[in-house]
Structure formats: C-alpha cells, structure tokens
Design a protein around this ligand. Structure first.
Ligand code: SF4
Length: 501
C-alpha cells in the first residue's frame, strides 16, 4: 500500500514531542491506523492525527478520552498497570522452549513433492530414532524451564517408528510424575499407518492428532503421492474415525477434532473456494493458509509447484473473503493466520505462535530433535539441514541444556529474531503484532538478519495485516462479533497430562 506524503499534513516545527507516547502510523482507507509499543491501536482521521502529533487535543474533546483509553496520551499512562500488562503478554520471555519436535524417523510411505524433510524408503530402519536417543531427547525437553512442554512427533512418517513413539509417551509421563509440567503430546501424521489398536493407545494417552489435506481429492493425490491406495481416502477416512471416537469419549466436537493443514501449491491457487469447502466437508472449522516455504523438496520443486508472493496474496484474499462470506451466512469457520493476528490486535492476547512473536521461537521457543540426536533451532532449522547445511544445528543430546541455551548461535538467533533489531520493523505500524524467523531470512536472503524491505516474509505479513486492518476499519457489529469469535481462546484441556497420571 502506497503511503501518502505527510509533509502536507504535518509541519515538523509544530510537533509537540511528549504529548503522545511513541507510535507508528499507516494509512488505511481515508484514515490512519496508529499503534503504540504496548500493542494498542486506533483509527484516526488525518485531522485527528495532526492534533495528536501537535498535542492540541483538549481534555474535553471526545478524541482525548478515546486515545487516552488506548494509551496514546503520555500524561494519562498508568505505567505500573502497563508494565504488568506487558509482562503478561511477553511471559514467553521468562520460559524456555515449549515445543519439542521429535523426528522419529526419516522413513515415509508418502512421496509429497514439496516435503521439507529428507525422507527415505520404508526399508531404511537405520534412520529411526533409537530408544536411547529418544530417552535422552526427553531428558533434554524436561530440562526446559518452561512450565509447559509439548512433545510433537514428526517424520518422515512418525507412526513408522511406533515402538519409539510409545516408549517416549510412557517415559515422559513417568518423568512428569516428578516434574509436574503441563505436558502434552501431538502427532503429525499422514495417518496411513494408523490401526484401531494404535488409535486406542493414542486416545488413551491423550495424544493430539494432526494431519495434512491439500484440498479436494484430485489435488491432494496429485502432490501427496501414495502408491498403496487412494491417499485422500485413507487420510480423511481416519480423520472421520478419530472424530467419531472423540464424540464417543464425550468430548465436545466443537473443540475436539482432528486438525488438518493444507500446503498451497500452484494448482490450488485457482481453487481457494474448493479448498475451504473440502475442509468444511471434513468437519474442520479452521484452515491455516500456508504458502509453500523455501525449504527442502519445496525449494527443489518450486519450478513447477511454486508461485510468487503476489499470487499467494491474491489466493489468500479470495479464500478469506469467502470464509467471511460463509460466516455471514452462519457457517463457523476461520483462517488461522488471521485468527493469530487478530488475537494480538483485538483480543490483546499473545497466542505464542512461534513464527509471529518477537523474539521468534528459534531455540528459546522450540527445539527440533533429529533421529540421531542432533538438535536444531526449530523445524525450519532442521529443514535447512536436510538441504545439506548445518547452520542451525545448535548441538545434540550430548550437550547440556545450559550449553544449548547460551551458545553463540542461540544468542545470534535471538537477536536476529527480534523486530526491534530490524531497521524497517522499528518504524512499522504492525511491529507490536509481528515476528521474525531467522531461518527463513537465511534461506531466502542469505543472512539470519534479513532485509525486510526486500523480504517475502515481510511482504506476506504486511499484506495480511493490511487486509485485516482494512476489514476492521470497515467492520460493522456483526463482523466485529465474528472476529471476536475467531480470537476466542479455547484451551483443549483434555490433552493436558498435568502429572502423568
Ligand atoms: S516484518 Fe515487515 S510487517 Fe513485520 S514488523 Fe517488520 S516491517 Fe512490519
């Protein structure tokens, strides 16, 4: 969005420094969106913006109380209350890594054309995580100073290494009888190796399940190649079965459903509505529209699967416009990027989504465990490794937790993952809600620090923020209620294993 020349509106010599708190501004429609460092926001007209920077708003002017309520008037700021609020929203800074992604094997029976991992054939059991490495990885995860940890099973196809998966669950539950952490497990699987017996175990041990569905059957099967059967049928068949079992267990189907994630490929760009409809047919109520990322096979196959950021943005707009249209007709469905961003903007809540916080989640929010015991800054760090570059390997299960957390690489990643260290972010209106991913910067721009002015990461996020800001600016009561619904935090406490019992 082109920003207007403000010199016609603001005369520098009339600016009254100290009347307003530091803030950034951006034109949205005919008004300006202003945001401050605390994450407050307001729409103001050009004349109101002028009065704010000139410090000429009188106390009896309704604008004064409107902006004071939103913490834009310096004299009205309750610093102690705001410090407490800041601490609450940034509590992740006082924790260690919460997400521990365990790659149980490099084996996979699907051949997804954009897979990030370096997968191998099903006979390569030598790529499985051993019980010994698994226990040491769990020991490392439990050293996190975070009061809550999630152990996420990934692959390859993690169900291919079933014995180790079970062992980790039992070992971690046992450890947790002493540690008393808020422990959860999650499984990211194509579900093709699921059986009723395995499902019984996973339900009994409250392992959350998540899969991938790339839209209608023909699109899904086109890119997620599976030789043994119709892959779409297999994955969605198990999704339905698991959802039935949740209902049998008495769990609220509005809250407990198998989550699925799509990966947007070039052929999907033309069919945003079909993607949304497929998810609704499968009983999903949330869709995470993810651009094909620059790692792994996705980088190698980008010539025929890839597309520009502009194409993604137009796809995203069409899909979310459709989602909003459905909501207006009474269908409950939301888009996850939008929900995460709106949580920060309108609900004043930090959902701790690791890619969109500052500092980002690399090392201090998540760790990625390779089957052989190497430890990476994140999933993305591991994906870079699968392309033959160990830049994000920060150690192994042989290191101490302290060594990992205080290493030079960790410190560099934390600094690079901080928006205030980015020249463009410092003056960006969306900074209070945005984040950095050093691994993405490294892969796309050759430096963990990145250059946001030329960055597709920045372009994507700025576009979505602009889209949402425009929607908020135009929203009526009904739309605001819809956005409120999208941001309602609904904890899934069933999956919590507080003490391993
Ligand atoms: S990455 Fe881009 S959108 Fe995000 S804060 Fe920085 S400049 Fe703004």
């Amino acid at each position: 969005m082109d920003q207007p020349d403000l010199t016609a509106l603001i005369e520098l010599k009339k600016v009254k420094a100290g009347f307003a708190v530091p803030f950034n501004h951006r034109q949205i429609g005919s008004d300006y969106l202003v945001t401050n460092d605390l994450g407050d926001w307001a729409f103001v007209t050009p004349q109101e913006l002028q009065k704010l920077v000139y410090g000429t708003i009188q106390k009896e002017d309704p604008l004064y109380s409107r902006l004071a309520k939103r913490n834009f008037i310096a004299a009205e700021l309750d610093i102690a209350a705001q410090a407490q609020r800041w601490r609450y929203k940034n509590q992740f800074l006082f924790y260690g890594p919460t997400l521990h992604a365990f790659v149980l094997t490099a084996r996979c029976n699907f051949g997804c054309q954009y897979c990030h991992s370096s997968i191998v054939g099903m006979h390569r059991t030598d790529t499985d995580m051993s019980i010994e490495v698994a226990e040491r990885a769990v020991d490392m995860a439990f050293q996190s100073t975070s009061p809550g940890i999630t152990i996420e099973f990934q692959g390859g196809e993690p169900l291919a290494n079933w014995d180790t998966l079970q062992h980790i669950v039992e070992y971690a539950r046992q450890k947790n009888t002493l540690a008393g952490k808020a422990l959860t497990f999650s499984l990211v699987s194509n579900l093709s190796l699921m059986t009723e017996e395995r499902l019984d175990y996973l339900l009994d041990r409250k392992v959350q399940m998540c899969t991938s569905v790339d839209g209608p059957r023909e699109l899904h099967n086109k890119h997620r190649l599976y030789r043994d059967a119709d892959g779409f049928e297999v994955t969605t068949g198990w999704m339905k079965r698991i959802n039935e079992r949740y209902i049998e267990l008495g769990l609220d189907p509005n809250l407990y459903r198998v989550e699925a994630l799509p990966t947007v490929t070039r052929v999907m760009l033309e069919r945003p509505r079909d993607l949304v409809d497929t998810y609704l047919e499968l009983g999903c109520r949330a869709i995470f529209l993810r651009k094909l990322d620059p790692f792994g096979f996705a980088a190698r196959t980008s010539k025929h699967l890839g597309y520009s950021m502009e194409q993604f943005i137009s796809f995203y707009t069409e899909a979310v416009d459709y989602i909003i249209e459905l909501n207006r007709q009474g269908v409950q469905v939301m888009e996850r990027n939008a929900a995460i961003m709106l949580s920060k903007i309108i609900a004043d809540y930090e959902p701790n989504y690791l890619d969109l916080r500052s500092p980002g989640g690399a090392v201090i929010g998540q760790l990625g465990y390779h089957p052989d015991g190497r430890i990476y800054s994140s999933d993305e760090g591991r994906f870079v490794s699968s392309m033959g570059d160990e830049a994000f390997c920060i150690g192994s299960v042989d290191n101490t937790y302290r060594e990992l957390m205080t290493s030079a690489a960790t410190r560099a990643l934390v600094i690079a993952g901080t928006n205030l260290s980015q020249p463009d972010c410092v003056s960006c209106t969306y900074r209070p809600y945005c984040g950095q991913q050093p691994e993405y910067n490294y892969k796309t721009q050759g430096t963990i620090n990145g250059r946001m002015r030329d960055s597709t990461w920045c372009r994507k996020h700025k576009y979505i923020f602009d889209y949402l800001a425009t929607k908020l600016h135009e929203a009526d009561e009904r739309d605001l209620a819809m956005f409120d619904r999208w941001t309602t935090n609904r904890p899934q406490e069933h999956f919590l294993q507080a003490d391993g019992s």
